[in-house]
Design a protein around this ligand. Structure first.
Ligand code: LIP
Length: 271
């Protein structure tokens, strides 16, 4: 029963990611309305809200009793909730979308009985959709061509290509910058591309060796974390914590503990 439910949830999530991609690409206004959230540079655009409304409606049309946790505020549980919850970031990398920078994605994670079973991350301007089903592996569709995902293996931190991100608050960015200043001297290099969900997928694809960030939300990592683990990688918080606390880590299985130990040490120094 679980397998057929997961398969149907994956098919629905992929179809919704496709229709949402079409809206975000084809209906992107030249002069986009936006509001500020936590700080003047923490944006939510009219398209974030439109995309989340579209995703929620598409699910409700087929599964009216499912629950939602959406970045833009969808969280009203139905009267008789099912055991399925959709965890949505309608545009992960909003600032990139606002600037028409291609590194942004639609992230849809689906929980069944509290466990992530399906993850879909679609990056329409990069022509890629990453997806995973619990126990079924992780894959990427690039212009419709399907490829199985596998993380890198090995690599010491000195030879690791890392990625990270920054919050929107100046005081937090000061701490993140200070930690980065040490990290960039230790690792091979550090990328900062601006969309956590895609950073997780790039670890899964072996395009990064590891990713770390402070201050992510469940909608940033719900889908990407499953894609990483189904590609043979590890995810978690610091010092053995699960994802969901202050820190989020993703890495190939050989490197995870070394990255965890280093970020744990530096976080105590700067946070
Ligand atoms: C973004 C994250 C990114 C982080 C940005 C921002 P949003 O999410 O995906 O990793 O560095 O500050 O939080 O706000 O674009 O959905």
């Amino acid at each position: 029963m679980t397998e057929s439910l997961n398969q149907s949830l994956l098919a629905l999530a992929l179809d919704i990611a496709k229709s949402t991609s079409e809206i975000l690409v084809n209906q992107r206004p030249e002069n986009m309305a936006y509001e500020s959230k936590s700080t003047p540079v923490d944006l939510v655009t009219e398209m974030d809200k439109a995309a989340e409304r579209h995703i929620v409606q598409r699910v409700k049309d087929v599964r009216p009793n499912d629950s939602f946790l959406g970045e833009e505020g969808t969280a009203l549980p139905p009267e008789n909730p099912s055991n399925v919850k959709w965890i949505i970031d309608p545009i992960d990398g909003t600032v990139n979308y606002f600037y028409n920078h291609p590194y942004w994605a639609i992230s849809i994670g689906v929980e069944v009985d509290g466990e992530i079973q399906v993850g879909v991350v679609a990056a329409p301007l990069l022509h890629e959709t990453f997806y995973a089903i619990k126990g079924g592996g992780a894959f990427v569709l690039h212009d419709g061509v399907k490829k199985k995902l596998q993380t890198n293996s090995g690599a010491s931190i000195e030879k690791a290509l890392l990625s990270t991100g920054f919050g929107y608050d100046a005081e937090r960015r000061k701490k993140q910058g200070a930690l980065l200043a040490e990290m960039v001297v230790i690792a091979r290099d550090v990328r900062r591309a601006g969309a956590a969900a895609l950073d997780f997928c790039y670890v899964a694809a072996g395009r990064l060796d590891a990713y770390y960030e402070f201050g992510l939300y469940p909608w940033d990592f719900a889908a990407g974390s499953l894609i990483v683990t189904e590609a043979g990688g590890r995810v978690g918080g610091l010092a053995g914590d699960k994802l969901g606390g202050d820190w989020s880590l993703a890495a190939n299985a050989d490197l995870f503990d070394e990255v965890d130990q280093l970020v744990t040490k530096l976080s105590k120094k700067y946070f």
